[in-house]
Design a protein around this ligand. Structure first.
Ligand SMILES: C[S@@+](CC[C@H](N)C(=O)[O-])C[C@H]1O[C@@H](n2cnc3c(N)ncnc32)[C@H](O)[C@@H]1O
Length: 201
């Protein structure tokens, strides 16, 4: 870890809050802030969480959706057990993974698809843009296969040259699409979120 990273962590109020409250990741505050505004986490619904590890989003959804909720989390990295959450470890773009999700959830049966998928950024814009584009296309594939008509999608986006084209694709498939930058998302980051409501098949 370099000094800049250590200083940033030490001065970050959300890192402090995360430590105090014992969350798995500071990413939880982004989801909480998004959901406070747009209210998309269903009570007792079915949710797919893509890029779930270490698990703070799944944990937050599980608290809100309660014991009748069904959460399927997918990540290429391991994730320790969470009550009420089924975790699949592997590449979410792998056709075998998609088959497993279909087996567990069924087609067009999900109320919410979440994607906090993020590539390992290299700092080379073209490379990072292509890696993110691949991930958001995978997320879109999950929307097409698994989201119910009327369901919602919330995804992490990064501002690159052709990001607006991807946003437009989402706009054409949902009744309403909101662009959000929660206060816990670092100002200097290219990251923002799309909250897409009411999937239109
Ligand atoms: C920002 S982190 C997610 C944090 C998580 N939402 C939380 O609250 O704990 C992004 C995750 O995306 C995962 N990821 C990136 N590409 C992936 C892929 N192709 N398949 C599965 N997981 C992937 C990474 O392993 C990483 O854990």
């Amino acid at each position: 870890m370099n000094n800049k990273w250590t200083r940033r962590q030490a001065g970050d109020p959300f890192v402090k809050k995360r430590n105090l409250e014992g969350h798995r990741s500071r990413a939880v505050f982004k989801l909480e802030q998004l959901n406070k505004k747009d209210k998309f986490i269903p009570k007792a619904g079915t949710v797919i969480d893509l890029g779930s590890s270490p698990g703070s989003w799944s944990q937050c959804v599980s608290k809100i959706s309660g014991p009748k909720g069904k959460i399927l989390a997918v990540d290429g990295r391991p994730m320790s057990k969470l009550e009420g959450v089924t975790f699949l470890e592997g590449d979410c773009g792998d056709p075998n993974m998609i088959k497993q999700v279909e087996y567990l959830i069924g087609l067009n049966a999900c109320d919410l698809v979440l994607s906090d998928l993020a590539p390992n950024m290299t700092g080379i814009k073209l490379v990072d843009a292509a890696a993110w584009r691949n991930l958001i296309e995978i997320a879109m594939q999950y929307v097409t296969l698994f989201l119910k008509p009327g369901g919602n999608f919330v995804g992490k986006f990064f501002q690159f040259e052709d990001t607006e084209e991807v946003v437009s694709n989402f706009k054409s498939q949902f009744s309403a699409v909101y662009r959000r930058k929660p206060v816990s998302s670092r100002k200097e980051s290219r990251e923002f979120f799309i909250v897409a409501k009411e999937y239109r098949v």
